[in-house]
Design a protein around this ligand. Structure first.
Ligand code: CA
Ligand code: CA
Length: 236
């Protein structure tokens, strides 16, 4: 009798496991099919996957005391040079990528700030520049986009610390805000350079999305779904 009950329990557990798997696969399918990275609507780069010397950027992993939960690949980089308020471009990191198709692509960073008691608008920015055969698709000239421009968290002082938030706002002149949109050519190689500005600013991944395909809100929502479905971001 005891053995029989055990067998029934095992059977029920097996059914539960297999049904969970079905549900999981279905969710993955729903999330990835209409918005796959392969279709070339996104260029996705882990911030930690650079061949450059990290210098003042620190690699942060799950075992680190200050790890901010939810990072893609469970790894990200935190800038530890300059000061929490600001500084000159420091510790440049290079990322090479090939445009999957011709079109206008907008740059966004998944980012986090660690204030340790300083003001809300500190620890929240970096610098970016792009080189290669591109044209500007926003208000900046190509020459401006080829030099370091400050990129800060969307919402500036309103974003909560120790959480992942988008950074896609450009600030070239004080309090004049724009974004980073590049007109890329299919098959061309580009180099994006990310440099530190304020201390304790972290970057998890870099993404460029096709602006003709998605607006900002759609791109942001889709990307978070893709990350979960591909297992890049782990649940607690
Ligand atoms: Ca700032
Ligand atoms: Ca990452």
């Amino acid at each position: 009798m005891y053995n029989y009950k055990n067998q029934v329990q095992i059977f029920i557990i097996l059914i539960l496991i297999s049904s969970c798997k079905l549900v999981k696969n279905k969710i993955n399918k729903d999330c990835t099919e209409p918005l796959s990275i392969e279709k070339g609507n996104y260029i996705f780069i882990e911030a930690e996957s650079t061949n450059s010397d990290l210098k003042n950027w620190k690699l942060i992993k799950k075992s680190d005391k200050n790890f901010v939960f939810g990072a893609s690949n469970n790894t990200y980089i935190e800038f530890m040079g300059n000061k929490p308020i600001t500084g000159k471009p420091n510790s440049p990191l290079e990322y090479q990528f090939t445009a999957p198709k011709s079109g206008n692509f907008k740059l966004m960073l998944m980012s986090s700030k660690r204030l340790e008691g300083v003001r809300n608008d500190w620890c929240n920015d970096a610098f970016v520049k792009l080189s290669g055969d591109f044209q500007s698709a926003n208000s900046f000239s190509k020459e401006v986009l080829e030099k370091d421009i400050k990129i800060l968290q969307d919402g500036n002082d309103e974003t909560p610390e120790l959480q992942w938030n988008w950074a896609s706002t450009a600030e070239k002149d004080r309090h004049v805000y724009s974004d980073f949109i590049y007109q890329l050519k299919k098959g061309e190689k580009y180099t994006l350079t990310l440099s530190g500005r304020s201390m304790r600013f972290s970057i998890d991944y870099i993404v460029l999305h096709d602006t003709n395909k998605f607006n900002d809100h759609q791109a942001k929502t889709n990307l978070q779904k893709i990350n979960f479905s591909m297992g890049k971001v782990k649940n607690p």
